[in-house]
Design a protein. Structure first.
Length: 431
């Protein structure tokens, strides 16, 4: 590879270095240094010495690819998939070491957790997987989005169950037999209910087109949706549903509730540990509370509190999720919960008036500035925060400490073999 030397330092793109790496970064990469410049790479562990090739410079940090590990870590293990950096970069380490690192992050960034729950299963735990499409040897093939390009995944991904991968490959086979421009296809989402062992598929395309794919051609899914995707977003979001056959939803039984969620709704990805988090939230909410729930999704967190005489007012941006949450309350005979469509940027003072507590389960970016501003103006007695991004959660907690003290921390490894960890924090207003 021709080296491209940057003007203001001595490191060249394509340059080979021998480095000792020292710590895992929340991005999933491991951190080293060269002449005081941070170097990040996948497929290397803390304490390992490795030959690497510099591939990119990004905001004062060098990105590298590992060529050879010279001194391996005792927890290193053989990876199970060639595409592991795209989906589960921590495949390289034994699971107990993964859990140790994640628990250490929670302690360092927020405080020592009262409990940390390791994953019950390492593989096949996901309830959703999204594949892209590429051309490989003249045929359409499945891919996962890599850091610079889409990566071939000929048999699927081990984070999804075998039945989910079978469904994806069955649909791929049908698509291979059609005369379609590969550029028309955006992605394929397979979702699975772990309770009912049923699956639904959504094929996202880039523009309105008649795709002659029918549910009756498929044996491994119970529902098929074909939709035009919202452009210029990283994941499939429906802009226009062109056709839906069979089920457009899945059902799970959790915390004594039957929860139904539509094909385009957010749903937790680890059904073996999510009930544990719900149980802990249940214990942390005082009886007879009036609670606002922001980022309410399909309502499962708020609805799981029904037997504590808690009144829930849920707010959610997605229209289909608000409808699903409302129907889930009706389906489970819960009358003291209501759900309203509302974005976090429209969250206002009136939404915290006459409430005791606030429950939030935000996306990875964390709480918006608007939400922080409203909390500072009218702080509820307590906040319960469930989040999947430890970095943004820690930043949010630090901002909230102006008015609150942390009284509970617990961690849940919803995402084994990845750098993500679910964390639950309760904050109580200062007296």
């Amino acid at each position: 590879m021709q080296q491209k030397v940057r003007e203001n330092n001595q490191v060249a793109i394509g340059q080979r270095l021998t480095l000792t790496f020292d710590s895992l970064d929340p991005s999933g990469r491991t951190r080293g240094q060269f002449q005081g410049i941070p170097v990040l790479a996948y497929d290397v562990l803390p304490g390992e010495r490795a030959d690497v090739t510099i591939t990119k410079r990004r905001r004062g940090t060098l990105l590298a690819e590992v060529d050879t590990v010279i001194v391996p870590h005792p927890a290193r293990r053989t990876v199970q998939e060639d595409h592991f950096p795209t989906c589960s970069p921590w495949q390289i380490m034994e699971y107990p070491y993964q859990a140790e690192i994640k628990q250490g992050w929670i302690t360092a960034m927020i405080g020592k957790p009262q409990a940390f729950y390791s994953a019950a299963q390492e593989w096949g735990y996901r309830t959703k997987i999204e594949y892209g499409f590429i051309q490989h040897e003249g045929q359409l093939a499945l891919s996962l989005r890599g850091h610079t390009t889409n990566i071939l995944v000929p048999t699927g991904c081990k984070l999804a169950s075998p039945t989910m991968n079978t469904a994806a490959l069955e649909i791929l086979l049908q698509l291979q037999q059609l005369t379609l421009e590969p550029s028309l296809l955006r992605s394929l989402v397979i979702r699975e209910s772990k309770t009912t062992n049923t699956r639904i598929a959504t094929l996202y395309i880039r523009e309105v087109h008649n795709i002659p794919l029918r549910l009756k051609q498929l044996t491994s899914v119970q529902g098929l949706t074909i939709a035009v995707a919202v452009p210029n977003v990283s994941t499939g979001i429906p802009d226009q549903v062109l056709r839906q056959e069979g089920q457009g939803y899945l059902e799970e039984t959790i915390a004594g509730l039957t929860i139904r969620y539509p094909f385009d709704a957010f749903w937790q990805n680890n059904m073996s540990l999510f009930p544990t988090a719900l149980h802990d939230i249940h214990d942390l909410v005082p009886e007879h509370s009036t609670v606002a729930e922001l980022y309410a999704g399909t309502g499962v967190i708020g609805l799981s509190l029904h037997n504590k005489n808690v009144s829930i007012q849920g707010y959610e941006h997605g229209e289909s999720m608000v409808y699903a949450a409302t129907q889930n309350a009706i389906r489970n005979g819960i009358t003291d919960a209501a759900f309203t469509q509302l974005s976090d940027e429209s969250f206002g003072l009136r939404h915290l008036l006459n409430v005791d507590g606030l429950i939030v389960d935000p996306p990875r970016k964390g709480l918006s500035n608007r939400v922080h501003e409203i909390i500072q103006i009218h702080p509820p007695e307590y906040i319960i925060y469930l989040g999947c991004n430890i970095t943004t959660l820690a930043k949010d907690v630090e901002r909230l400490k102006e008015r609150y003290v942390v009284t509970h921390i617990s961690g849940y490894d919803f995402y084994p073999n990845t750098p993500y960890v679910e964390t639950l924090v309760k904050l109580e207003r200062k007296k």
